[in-house]
Design a protein around this ligand. Structure first.
Ligand SMILES: *Cc1c(COP(=O)(O)O)cnc(C)c1O
Length: 652
């Protein structure tokens, strides 16, 4: 297995094997751009006269430029060697050439995707990228469909997560604002099906517990009814009044006190990225609004604990804005049971409503393996033939459920092999965007018109967190998706090769554990769900967590990236993380202690952490050559463990 030969033309390569191709494409981009400038108004006379080429002043600035750039190039030699198969640390590797060249090409034009006026064609390209990502995860993107998805690029997953929470907060609290507006204007509405009573009579708790789809549907029904009964002017007044009553206008404190509600909560697994804590702080909810769910033995959100947390919040009358599942945790690459989360949302509809967001900053592109070129889901049996272990039943179920979630974060600059910055936010129901803008350009003449008529995404900056933003990111992602479409036979084939390499590493580590048994206990603490593989090593005879952690730190020291060092000192570069005992279900942490030969209660103390090596297995070339980089790494690990645990290196 491993990467097929077509991908040999897709990267610059660890030894810059495709340097000639990159040079040709970049030179072509520069020449083509120069012709574009010259042909804008060929009749104009040049602003920089040819004769000034020889002027000493021009020479001076050119010399200075060359000098500074050489210095910069020298400094850059201390960069992280992402490209190398010796790098298996953080979430980056070599870049796909189409994305690199598209970015360089587009930077010359400098489109600003805040709006079509500032960008030209790249805003549409960005919206197209949003649709490509939406289709990959199973959202509906066809014109006229309802709900219809949309998506756009961000500077990264952090901003996409904050934006998700902003979207969910806006949509989930909207029914309260609309009901207040209906009451303020003294309107009488028909009984609303999902509330079971007219809007103006609904209780705060009921209004605060609609799903996102229901909230948007209620809005459309009430608008349609008010328009039919009272005409466009009253509808316009209702719209303005709902806006004046919105959380955006009043602020969270005033809004909640008017509706006699406590601060709403966000439910996340304990493995969630720190951007969630940042998001609740920024949106004024506070860190105490974050409710953590325990992890199971696979380091996935424990479905039973999720139920308990949701039940407790319902009892305590805490509205839940959103439940967040992580598809590819940053630390362990594990995949939460998205199917169980959407199952809970559906089961609780009518009494406890919440939005479902999937933080797939890391794992989003894994979905390309599950999508057929025709747009369907690849059957699990077919995938099982391709891999040794992947995808487990629960992993498959998580991916199959993505289409039923409300929104997703996906980072092209991680598993999309695209240069920074490129994250993405994708929402299943684009109508949510209409709630984000002040004085939405609403078509009051026809409130039942499709959302597209109400939302002009070409004014992209109105609907998102960021302002000026690089059209070059959109070009980069788009070109990559066009060369490698987001299905099993395109991009999926590249992602599949990272799973191959992970499975190979997992097997080799198993064999290494046997070989090392005299010197140390080596354990893969949880079976990898995808392409991040963690390893824990306890020197023989030790049962103390602290001693083992100290050993792990020394082990990691041999593969730590040192920016100040000569690059060649790095034999392999890895990364390190830790498992918090008190975040993991008690049986799971006891079992892990037993496997490592540690005292049974060693993770029970509050704050106890187990240090593990973390390998991000995404370099395309890990299974090429004899020996392969995976084999080289495993023998490096064997040598190092023997040396550090006191065994003779010649044993290796
Ligand atoms: C990387 C990551 C983020 C943050 O994304 P950035 O692009 O670094 O801002 C958020 N969530 C998860 C799960 C991640 O892996």
């Amino acid at each position: 297995m491993g990467l097929d030969t077509r991908f040999d033309g897709a990267f610059l390569g660890p030894m810059a094997e495709n340097a000639d191709l990159l040079e040709e494409l970049v030179v072509d981009a520069i020449r083509d751009h120069a012709y574009w400038r010259r042909n804008f108004h060929p009749e104009d006379s040049p602003s920089i006269p040819e004769a000034s080429r020889y002027a000493p002043e021009r020479q001076a600035i050119v010399a200075r430029t060359r000098h500074v750039l050489r210095r910069l190039a020298a400094d850059l030699k201390h960069s992280v060697p992402w490209f190398s198969p010796r790098y298996i640390g953080h979430m980056s590797t070599d870049l796909l050439l189409p994305g690199v060249v598209a970015r360089i090409l587009t930077t010359l034009y400098n489109p600003n995707n805040v709006s079509e006026d500032a960008s030209g064609p790249m805003v549409r390209v960005e919206l197209r990228v949003g649709e490509q990502l939406a289709a990959m995860v199973g959202y509906e993107t066809r014109e006229g469909a309802s709900p219809r998805a949309w998506g756009h690029l961000t500077s990264g997953g952090t901003v996409a997560n904050i934006e998700a929470l902003w979207n969910h907060r806006t949509a989930r609290l909207y029914p309260l604002a609309l009901a207040a507006a209906v009451r303020d204007l003294g309107l009488a509405t028909s009984p609303e099906p999902v509330l079971g009573c007219p809007m103006e009579r609904a209780a705060s708790w009921a209004l605060a517990n609609l799903t996102i789809d229901d909230a948007l549907a209620v809005r459309r029904r009430v608008y349609t009814e008010v328009h039919a009964r009272h005409g466009p002017e009253v509808l316009g007044a209702l719209h303005e009044c709902a806006e004046a009553n919105s959380v955006a206008a009043l602020g969270l404190v005033e809004f909640l006190s008017r509706h006699e509600l406590g601060t709403p909560g966000i439910v996340v697994p304990h493995s969630a990225h720190y951007s969630w804590s940042r998001a609740v702080k920024l949106l004024g909810l506070g860190r105490s609004a974050l409710y953590g769910v325990d992890l199971d033995a696979h380091m996935r959100m424990d479905a039973r604990s999720l139920c308990e947390v949701l039940d407790a919040l319902e009892r305590e009358r805490v509205p839940v804005l959103s439940v967040v599942g992580v598809l590819g945790t940053t630390e362990f690459g594990t995949l939460d049971p998205i199917d169980a989360i959407v199952g809970q949302r559906d089961a609780r509809q009518g009494r406890q409503g919440f939005g479902v967001h999937v933080d797939a900053a890391w794992g989003g592109y894994l979905a390309s393996m599950f999508r057929t070129p025709e747009g369907g889901l690849v059957p699990r049996d077919e995938m099982r033939e391709r891999f040794e272990y992947f995808p487990s039943e629960s992993v498959y179920a998580a991916f199959a459920a993505l289409g039923r979630t409300d929104s997703m974060t996906i980072d092209p600059h991680k598993l999309g092999f695209i240069p920074y910055p490129a994250g993405a936010f994708v929402a299943r129901n684009r109508e949510i965007a209409a709630l984000l803008v002040e004085s939405a350009p609403y078509v009051f003449e026809d409130p039942s018109a499709p959302a597209e008529a109400q939302i002009d995404f070409r004014q992209l900056g109105r609907f998102i967190l960021e302002g000026s933003k690089p059209g070059a990111s959109a070009a980069s992602v788009f070109a990559t998706h066009e060369v490698l479409p987001l299905h099993s036979d395109g991009f999926g084939a590249l992602i599949a090769s990272t799973i191959d390499a992970s499975e190979t590493l997992f097997d080799r580590l198993g064999a290494l554990a046997d070989r090392l048994s005299d010197a140390a206990t080596l354990v893969v603490p949880f079976e990898p769900d995808s392409n991040i593989v963690c390893v824990a090593v306890n020197p023989a005879g030790n049962a103390q967590l602290d001693t083992m952690n100290a050993f792990m730190r020394r082990l990691f020291d041999t593969m730590r990236f040192r920016a100040a060092a000569i690059p060649q000192v790095h034999e392999f570069v890895g990364s390190v993380t830790s498992v918090s005992g008190d975040r993991v279900e008690v049986e799971a942490r006891r079992e892990l202690a037993a496997r490592l030969g540690l005292e049974l209660g060693s993770f029970d103390a509050s704050g106890a952490r187990l240090v593990v090596l973390r390998h991000t297995v995404m370099n395309p070339w890990l299974l090429r050559g004899t020996p392969t980089p995976i084999e080289q790494y495993v023998s490096f690990l064997e040598r190092t463990v023997r040396r550090l645990s006191g065994g003779s290196p010649s044993d290796a």
